[in-house]
Design a protein around this ligand. Structure first.
Ligand SMILES: C[S@@+](CC[C@H](N)C(=O)[O-])C[C@H]1O[C@@H](n2cnc3c(N)ncnc32)[C@H](O)[C@@H]1O
Length: 238
C-alpha cells in the first residue's frame, strides 16, 4: 500500500510517467463499455477521470490507501459532474463486493504490489465480480524483476523554489520478487529541506505464470497493445 512519505510526490512524477502511455492505449480497449467499470488501485485518480472522459459508464474506483483516496476525492471534487458517477471503494482488491457484476475491470500499475499468494486468490474473486465475457485489463512488463543496482535519480521536478527528487535502488532480487529502496528528497538550491526513505517489495511474474493463473480462474486472453494485457471472462462457466 502507498506510504505517506511518497504521497506528496505521486502526481508530480506520475502525470508525466506512465499516464500519457495509458491514456493513449487504454481508450480503444474500453470502446463499447457503457454500463460499469471497476478500477482497482485507482490511486490519486489520474486514470479514473480519464476513464470517465472516455466512457459513459458508472465507475467504481477502489483504493485502499486513505492518503491516495484523499487525493482521488479532491480530484473528483474538482470535477463536480463526476461526483454522481464515480463511487470510491475504500477496501483492498480481495474485499471487493459489488451489487452487480461490472462490464470491465482495470488495474493500472497495481499488479507489481500484489504478492503471488494474494494474486492467485484475487483472480477467482474478480471472476465473481465480472459479467460473462467481461473485460479485465492490466499493465504488464515481462521479464521478471530487475537485478540489484545502485541508488539512482529517477526524476526531479521544480515546485517554486524547491526541487522534489525521487531516487531508487534495487537492493535484492529473487524469483519474481525484488526489494526496492526509494529516497524522497526536497531541496532548495543545495540545501536539503527534507529527506525520507521507504523500502518495499515489488513482484514481476513471468508471462507463463500469469497466463496459467488467469486461465485457471476462467479467463481467456484477448488482444491488447504493448504494455497492457487484456482478458475476457470465459462464457463456459456460466
Ligand atoms: C502505483 S499506484 C497506481 C495508481 C493508479 N492506478 C495510477 O495509475 O496512477 C498503485 C496503487 O495500488 C494500490 N494498491 C496496492 N495494493 C492494493 C490492493 N491489494 N488492492 C487494491 N489496491 C492496491 C495502492 O494503494 C496504490 O494506490
Amino acid at each position: 500500500m502507498t506510504d505517506f512519505v511518497s504521497l506528496p510526490f505521486y502526481d508530480l512524477f506520475h502525470e508525466n510517467g506512465h499516464v500519457p502511455g495509458i491514456r493513449e492505449k487504454l481508450p480503444s480497449l474500453l470502446t463499447g463499455v457503457r454500463r460499469s467499470i471497476l478500477e482497482i488501485g485507482a490511486g490519486s485518480g489520474l486514470i479514473t477521470t480519464s476513464i470517465a472522459d472516455w466512457t459513459p459508464a458508472e465507475i467504481f474506483a477502489l483504493e485502499p490507501s486513505a492518503g491516495m483516496r484523499g487525493m482521488l476525492l479532491s480530484r473528483l471534487n474538482a470535477r463536480p459532474e463526476l461526483l454522481k458517477r464515480v463511487t470510491v471503494l475504500p477496501c483492498d482488491a480481495l474485499g471487493v463486493d459489488l451489487d452487480e457484476p461490472v462490464e470491465a475491470m482495470v488495474l493500472i500499475n497495481v499488479l507489481y504490489a500484489l504478492d503471488p499468494e494474494y494474486r492467485r486468490r484475487l483472480w477467482p474473486v474478480l471472476a465473481t465480480q465480472l459479467e460473462p465475457d467481461g473485460l479485465l485489463v492490466f499493465t504488464w512488463r515481462d521479464g521478471g524483476p530487475p537485478a540489484p543496482g545502485p541508488l539512482e535519480e529517477l526524476e526531479s521536478c521544480q515546485v517554486g523554489r524547491h526541487t522534489y527528487t525521487v531516487l531508487s535502488e534495487i537492493t535484492e532480487s529473487d524469483g519474481e520478487r525484488c526489494e526496492a529502496r526509494y529516497v524522497y528528497r526536497v531541496t532548495e538550491n543545495d540545501k536539503v529541506i527534507s529527506e525520507e526513505e521507504i523500502s518495499g517489495y515489488a513482484y514481476r511474474p513471468v508471462r507463463d505464470v500469469i497466463e496459467a493463473e488467469l486461465a485457471g480462474a476462467g479467463f481467456v486472453r484477448a488482444d491488447a497493445p504493448d504494455g497492457l494485457l487484456a482478458w475476457r471472462l470465459g462464457l463456459q462457466q456460466f
